[in-house]
Ligand binder design. Sequence first.
Ligand code: FAD
Length: 564
Amino acid sequence: MSDIRLLAPAPGWAIDADVVVVGSGVAGLTTALRCAAGGARVTVVTKARLDDGSTRWAQGGIAAALGDGDTPAQHLDDTLVAGAGVCDEGAVRLLVTEGPDAVRRLIASGARFDTSESDGEILLTREGGHHRSRIVHAGGDATGAEVSRALVEAVRTAGIETVENALVLDLLTDADGRTAGVTLHVMGEGRRDGVGAVRAPAVVLATGGMGQVFSATTNPAVSTGDGVALALRAGAEVSDLEFVQFHPTVLWLGPQAEGQQPLVSEAVRGEGAHLVDADGVRFMLGQHELAELAPRDIVAKAITRRMQEHGTDHMYLDARHFGAEMWARRFPTILAACRANGIDPVTEPIPVAPAAHYASGGVRTDLRGRTTVPGLYACGEVACTGVHGANRLASNSLLEGLVFAERIADDVLTRERPAPGAPVLPEPSRAPLLEHGARYEIQRVMTAGAGVLRSAESLAGAAAALERVHTRAVEDLARDEKTAEPCVETWEATNLSLVARVLVAAAARREETRGCHWREDHPERDDAAWARHLVVTLAPDGTPAVRTTPSTDFPPVETPEHSA
Ligand SMILES: Cc1cc2nc3c(=O)[nH]c(=O)nc-3n(C[C@H](O)[C@H](O)[C@H](O)COP(=O)(O)OP(=O)(O)OC[C@H]3O[C@@H](n4cnc5c(N)ncnc54)[C@H](O)[C@@H]3O)c2cc1C
């Protein structure tokens, strides 16, 4: 267990719970609902408002074998192909087998999906990498907003305690290293202001992704990798961090655009949109049997290659043939986002480019969501359950949040665990925080050196630049110069720095091209050397220690508390 902590004042207040859920997206709220339904006292802590994560932004839908003739086995096959040889097959089997019922339970919780006017059956569409129409959607392209609305309403109806505008800092443990809660900072002027603690024997990290580590991303501002950083500081293992999915078709808003960018969902291609270059040539034909519906990494790479060949920074998605009525009915959100940015997809091709979209890796868990730290769970995008391998199949992530949330709740409710001792309050941290501006420096470094195209040289450059950002703060502190004060911006910048350094260390180690990890200097997939995972922990001095697993197997964690 590392004793590295974020620099913060000592907790000034404390509350108690049976389980604290960190994050309020699909993963966090589903876990909270299932734990509360089983009688647990749940506290949900979330950094901004309840609906401020990636979940609300999801467009395409949720994948599940619900259609006539579709089976979990076919969904499994598509997921394994997208995962490029490093999925954990047992985890995928659970996902696709338990998925249909998890979606039905979401509907029972109040979510309303699009149905056929004629027979009331749920409508299913196709997305990249799926050989079947198996994506349920809501409001046309507003699936995440509906999922979030339904879950927030259900949480409120269930009377679950929620703490909004509260950034969780670090894990609390007892003298035996067992989870004893979290420290957090509440922004506001209520009863619980400033740094405090939620004491609980079980903590579920559901903090979402880390897209903000890159300059251009589809992820909202809250996606700063806090859960991965917290878990690393708490001594947990993280895995597969090098596999960052870049969504191929993000609205291109010009060379200076930064932060969250509007997504043009895969479902637009699913309904027949074509990718074309500036001359109107469909360049995906002949590249893959599924053409525009090839897995995301294939499409992102093809777009990037075409951009390089043409010396440009974007391509086009042509869906003028949908017509105004279909655009308005099927893709109202995307239509509005395009028009708000001066593009009318009914009359002109949409400029698009790849941007960071999804973290396939994260905090390593077993099939019940348990991390390597007793009492600490991870769920949703922050977790690495093994289902995504080297590349997530479209619309499998909301499903993963649903399925594993239920498995975690089951484990939390049924596991006999001794009550933790009193939390050991850590010594004040000696590690400095990074100033707010470091966020943008880190994003630029990561996009240039660890983005869609990577090489030993680009990654070494990124590692050196990140080290400079980190050591500058350490040296300022050593010289007793003014250092960054604890606040949301400096905690987030410090978390981004840690996950960026770990991501670059893993990407540099994996000397092959696989899934969404594309090494220009090692362009082939190398199963003999690399059909395995990279697992990272923090050394006592805070530097990432990377090791490889012997095979693709992702065995369940076996510690005394964890052995099932
Ligand atoms: C534009 C877009 C479109 C997408 N479309 C689809 C799709 O069609 N289908 C699909 O399956 N997936 C899609 N995805 C991916 C999917 O939306 C996410 O993977 C999924 O919603 C993640 O859910 P989550 O609950 O793990 O995290 P999130 O929904 O991101 O929630 C994370 C929560 O953690 C909170 N949090 C973060 N850090 C802290 C902290 N330190 N302290 C307290 N709280 C914290 C956040 O505020 C937030 O509430 C899309 C993603 C994006 C961005």
